[in-house]
Design a protein around this ligand. Structure first.
Ligand code: NAI
Ligand code: SF4
Length: 442
């Protein structure tokens, strides 16, 4: 059995309550940091752990914390990004639902390290049950003296507030989230300045994903060096993976980074193989924003090595032959699925969610949606494939926030790896919506 750090006690009845969570060793990390460590010590442990942002970007958490500006007399904020909206990603919701104190404990540890006295959890607006669960967990922790004034008699004060999200995917982009938290429309800001310098109310702010914040608890309990021994290369620790699609056992799994992709898909401990005895056609490994890979490339790198569940191995070969770990939204497609239809579906989503500030994203996502629909519905021509390629190229790298890139990459990867499937739709208009291309290109 693989080692678990976040979901160790997930099956214990009542683990969502303070009492049971505490019986299982919960809040020991808070006691340790508050009674025995300085804020700088905590930042140092997180740096040593090698923890990388679990929301999708994989930016080193300790480094982000050390970038936080500390001007005299100016408040600093910690904001937890719980606006989980990436298609195929549902691990933060799982953690908040079943073991909410893991997040609250991590919020206290991280807030202490950053010198924040007011922290926010910005939760996707649709997740009302999770908002209630977190509010209850905060009230319990406060009643037991782990939150509020003079925590555990240390003189350190902290309040945590839960804010329901604005109801748009773009509100999960960190600067749009801060705008929304300030009560404005969730439009991304131009970076720099990064939130670490000018974030919430123009004050220094760290925005971290739910899982990143929860991971600080085992880091403090084990020590950063011990945590860094788990995993491989620059991918240390464990990672929650949301597994969905045509697999036998969809769900949320905690893996040790470095697990071979093949083992993750086919072993009974995780996905349990492809459902209904079908063959695997493709995988989107890190949420809808990352490039789709055909079955042969997801299992092996271009050099023929086993591909691993790590930031490095999944991206090996760049976008020609690799993808990204992203948010860990692992979607498996079997031989019956249509890549063109799926790409159109993703494109429709990004067009709908574009905030409209930049022309390449606002116009380009609309063009991609229309051209993909044209091809998928049997009305496309060969020049449409080149048009699609051209449009996605013009979006990538030319927008304020990563939503533009996220819309472009899946289209580019689908054309790169499944061009024959696009051509088949164009050459067989009468069958385009009634039959799938299957695995014919293998
Ligand atoms: P990013 O790479 O722009 O930034 C990563 C983090 O590092 C940010 O917090 C940024 O402020 C910080 N940072 C980078 N350079 C810095 C510097 N020089 N000084 C101070 N701070 C610095 O990526 P971003 O926008 O945070 O995330 C994009 C990713 O989010 C995508 O790759 C996608 O996979 C993922 N995503 C996840 C979703 C989910 O539901 N979990 C939803 C949508 C996207
Ligand atoms: Fe808005 Fe798209 Fe520009 Fe991001 S890239 S700021 S979502 S228009």
């Amino acid at each position: 059995m693989a080692r678990k750090l976040l979901l160790t006690h997930i099956d214990v009845p009542g683990i969502n309550t303070f009492e049971v969570y505490r019986q299982k060793g919960g809040y020991a990390a808070v006691e340790k940091v508050i009674k025995t460590m300085s804020p700088e010590d905590v930042v140092e442990e997180v740096k040593k752990s090698g923890l990388r942002g679990r929301g999708g970007a994989g930016f080193p958490t300790g480094m982000k914390w050390s970038f936080l500006a500390k001007p005299e007399g100016v408040p600093r904020y910690l904001v937890c990004n719980a606006d989980e909206s990436e298609p195929g990603t549902f691990k933060d919701r799982y953690l908040m639902t079943y073991i909410p104190h893991a997040l609250i404990e991590g919020m206290i540890v991280a807030s202490f390290a950053l010198g924040a006295h007011t922290s926010y959890i910005y939760v996707r607006g649709e997740m009302m049950p999770q908002i209630r669960i977190l509010e209850r967990a905060i009230a319990e922790a406060k009643e037991k003296g782990f939150l509020g004034k003079n925590i555990l008699g240390s003189g350190y004060d902290l309040e945590i507030y839960v804010q329901p999200g604005g109801g748009a995917y773009i509100c999960g982009e960190e600067t749009a989230l801060l705008e929304s938290l300030e009560g404005k429309r969730g439009n991304p800001r131009i970076k720099p300045p990064f939130p670490a310098i000018a974030g919430l109310y123009n004050c220094p702010t760290v925005v971290n994903n739910v899982e990143s914040i929860a991971a600080t608890v085992p880091i403090i309990n084990l020590g950063g060096e011990e945590y860094a021994k788990i995993g491989v290369e620059r991918s240390t620790g464990t990672k929650l993976i949301s597994a969905s699609g045509n697999i036998v056992k969809p769900g949320v799994y905690e893996i040790e980074l470095g697990l071979p992709v093949e083992e993750f898909i086919y072993s009974d401990e995780y996905c349990g193989g492809i459902a209904n005895g079908k063959r695997m056609k493709a995988v989107v490994a890190g949420g809808s924003s990352v490039p789709i890979l055909p079955a042969n490339l997801i299992l092996k790198t271009a050099a023929g090595n086993s591909r691993l569940m790590t930031y490095e191995s999944l991206s090996d070969g760049g976008f020609q032959t690799g993808t990204m770990l992203g948010s860990g939204g692992f979607i498996v497609f079997d031989e019956d699925q249509c890549v063109v239809r799926n790409t159109w579906n993703f494109a429709r989503f990004y067009h709908h969610e574009s905030c409209g500030q930049c022309s390449p994203c606002r116009e380009g996502t609309g063009w991609m949606e229309k051209v993909l629909h044209k091809i998928e519905s049997g009305h496309g021509s060969m020049s449409d494939i080149d048009l699609l390629w051209d449009v996605q190229r013009k979006i990538e790298g030319n927008t304020i926030c990563p939503l533009g890139d996220a819309a472009a990459w899946p289209v580019a990867a689908a054309i790169r790896h499944f061009r024959d499937e696009f051509e088949w739709h164009i050459l067989h208009p009468e069958e385009s919506q009634t039959r799938n291309y299957g695995l014919a290109h293998y």
